[in-house]
Design a protein around this ligand. Sequence first.
Ligand code: ZN
Ligand code: MN
Length: 263
Amino acid sequence: MTGSAQPRPWRLAELTWPELDDRVKAGPPVLILPTGSLEQHGPHLPLGTDTVLPLAVADRVAERIGALVAPALPYGYKSQPKSGGGNHFPGCASLDGASYAALVRDLICDFARHGLTRIVLFDGHMENQWFLTEAADLALRQLKGEGVEGVRIVKLGYWTFINAATEAVLFPDGLLSWELEHAAVMETSVMLHLEPGLVRRDLIPDGPPAAFPPYDTYPFDLRPIPPTGVLSSAKSATAAKGQAVLDQVVPDIAAALTRAFAD
Ligand code: ZN
Ligand code: MN
């Protein structure tokens, strides 16, 4: 929350309470809660990548549709080996599923109690998704019991809005899978576009994709996980690809949210 000369009118934490109260009384604005993680992203991207990216997309979406952006959650559910390399890598600090769902439920409930009844769970970390669903379900149940009416929650992962045309720009030779994209071409490209100073360009990995069995064991067999923590090559990442992602997903998410909260 530093570096801004003036309050950004879409950032919830930069408003005063009377300013927020006026916004709510004028008709509740959509409130976007970016949900990230603190998770290894290879030798070339920072641990906070999954928080930086959804916050940046959310800021741009909010400006377009007059929404508010709540402070991003910098911790999430545990990194999974097949989609994030695994929580055993140094720097991964995560919540148990029940703790995470309870945290998000509590926030939804307090926002809704103050009239922020149109809430977007705006995810940047794949492992969060079912716990966000759980949080939404628990919050609706609780708020119904309290008599708080008219609550609508939308859940999305910003990367799921990447369409076929943008996918062809990112992966001219075809996409392997979104799970194996962890810290690979998409995330590295968007970071090169948004935060080039945080990308260690000389360390961008170019290994073969991880080959996992079609089942999981607990404890997990760590042998198929590439030692870099990156699940497929990030070598073809460029800032231009990152810009292409933002240019497409920001208007598409803005349109989707406008539809989702239309009535
Ligand atoms: Zn990530
Ligand atoms: Mn992640």
